[in-house]
Design a protein. Structure first.
Length: 131
């Protein structure tokens, strides 16, 4: 007579990996949140050095996104998740993509900050492009 376990060994590994992915998504969200706050402050203060630091941090955000995507896809391919687990992994893929996009927007803010500081004719005014 065999006893049935709630989670076979492979499921325990799968759930451990998904828990790790969820915590890493939270870490990425925290990085993006801090980058957003620093980008707004850099734009407000016209701080070129802070803008460059955020620009460099964008590479970290991008790398973390791709690492999380790769780990999610690897779990999908090797663990054959059930429907609810598959939805969770799909949600992680969408969330990390959106977080990376937000990080890219932070970089855009800092580029604008750098451009306005270098532009002597701006004198604190926002320059608008004409179409």
């Amino acid at each position: 007579m065999s006893t049935t376990r709630t989670h076979p060994r492979s499921r325990v590994h799968f759930h451990r990996e998904t828990a790790s992915l969820r915590s890493e998504v939270l870490v990425l969200g925290s990085i993006v949140e801090k980058a957003t706050l620093r980008a707004v402050e850099a734009l407000r203060q016209r701080d070129v050095a802070a803008a460059r630091a955020i620009d460099a941090e964008d590479a970290l955000i991008n790398r973390k996104r791709f690492d999380l995507e790769e780990a999610s896809m690897l779990l999908m391919a090797t663990q054959q998740p059930m429907a609810s687990d598959l939805r969770q992994l799909a949600a992680i893929l969408h969330v990390v993509t959106d977080l990376e996009r937000m990080g890219g927007l932070c970089r855009g803010y800092t580029c604008r900050s750098s451009r306005e500081v270098r532009s002597p004719e701006s004198n604190g005014r926002h320059s608008r492009r004409r179409r």
